[in-house]
Design a protein around this ligand. Structure first.
Ligand code: ASP
Length: 321
């Protein structure tokens, strides 16, 4: 009998009506599992842990490092993590980078809380358990399963505020799906892991450039940062008035050039005008490659937290990004 460890962290999937009328994280792993019809028929043995009971926005890197340790220690064929969908695109990517085991680590949540008609939590949890128990999912790192789709953490994004079909991988599509309760892996992404021990607490941020930007926000915010991801226009372009401040910041900390778009890579050698990607690279900015700005910030943060210098960070973005 395959065994899956379930760790519940809170989020909409675990919310019920609170004292002020709105929903709040209240349910634990046992409640979530009890609400899933058809679980016994899967033949999967579960080991459950109430790990956190917070909204997605309440999670931090320390939670993920602790989760990695607890999940690594679990003697199971796969691991399921339930959490708030607000931060899944970031937490799942961090876990993907940090997860060095072959067993699948599957993150899921819900877009509709348990008090709503058509609550999607039970179906998502059931699908996630099936994927975590599936031999075909071994070696795929961290996967995100919602709405019967299986996404690679590296590519998935939350693309809608309320739709149960909010999770999409714009660059690649899902790596698989669950039909008639059976996970079908359609494609196997290349794994890129980091054997890191991210114990530091750097301050990092994503700052977008905007129309008419004069660089003042970047300058002020940059003063408080150890590393920055600038979410640039298009393939990696910024207003000319931000160029000097970005150069200055890149002189004292890693500044990663990503795009505001959320799909497709930043370029490195096409546009040569001031504020174009060739100019910004020459000024020391590090291209994010195909990572969107939020995932680029996760990679940057983990690298800094593990004490990597600029050369190692540049190299990591070149190989992982
Ligand atoms: N809307 C969020 C969710 O789907 C709330 C959260 O992230 O806690 O779980």
């Amino acid at each position: 009998m395959p065994k899956v460890s379930v760790f519940s962290l809170g989020g909409t999937i675990a919310m019920t009506t609170g004292p002020d009328g709105g929903v709040v994280p209240a349910l634990g792993a046992a409640d979530l599992v009890a609400a899933v019809p058809g679980l016994a028929a899967t033949g999967v043995a579960l080991d459950i842990t109430d790990f956190r009971r917070v909204p997605g926005a309440g999670l931090d890197f320390a939670d993920l490092v602790a989760l990695r340790a607890a999940a690594s220690a679990a003697e199971a064929d796969g691991v399921v993590v339930t959490q708030g969908t607000d931060t899944i695109e970031e937490t799942a990517y961090a876990l993907d980078l940090l997860w060095t085991r072959e067993e699948p680590l599957v993150v899921t949540g819900a877009m509709r809380n348990p008090t709503l008609a058509g609550a999607d939590g039970p179906a998502n949890l059931l699908a996630a358990i099936r994927v975590a128990a599936a031999p075909a999912a071994r070696g795929l790192g961290c996967l995100v399963v919602l709405n019967d789709e299986i996404h690679a953490a590296r590519w998935v994004r939350k693309t809608h505020t309320t739709s149960p079909a909010a999770f999409r991988s714009p660059d690649t599509g899902p790596v698989g799906l669950v039909a008639e309760g059976r996970p079908r892996i359609l494609t196997r992404p290349v794994r890129r892991r980091l054997a890191l021990d991210p114990t530091g607490t750097p301050r990092t941020a994503v700052i977008p450039v905007v129309l008419g930007d004069d660089g003042e926000v970047l300058r002020r915010a940059g003063a408080a940062l150890d590393g920055l991801v600038v979410a640039a226009f298009g393939v990696g372009h910024v207003p000319v008035r931000t160029v000097d401040v970005l150069s200055e910041l890149a002189g004292r900390m890693p500044v990663v050039l990503a795009s505001r778009i959320g799909a497709g890579p930043v370029l490195t050698e096409t546009y040569g005008y001031p504020g174009g990607e060739v100019d910004l690279r020459n000024r020391g900015l590090i291209p994010a490659g195909g990572l969107d700005a939020y995932k680029a910030r996760i990679l940057l943060h983990l690298l800094l937290a593990a004490g990597n210098d600029r050369d190692r960070i540049t190299e990591a973005f070149a190989t992982i990004g």
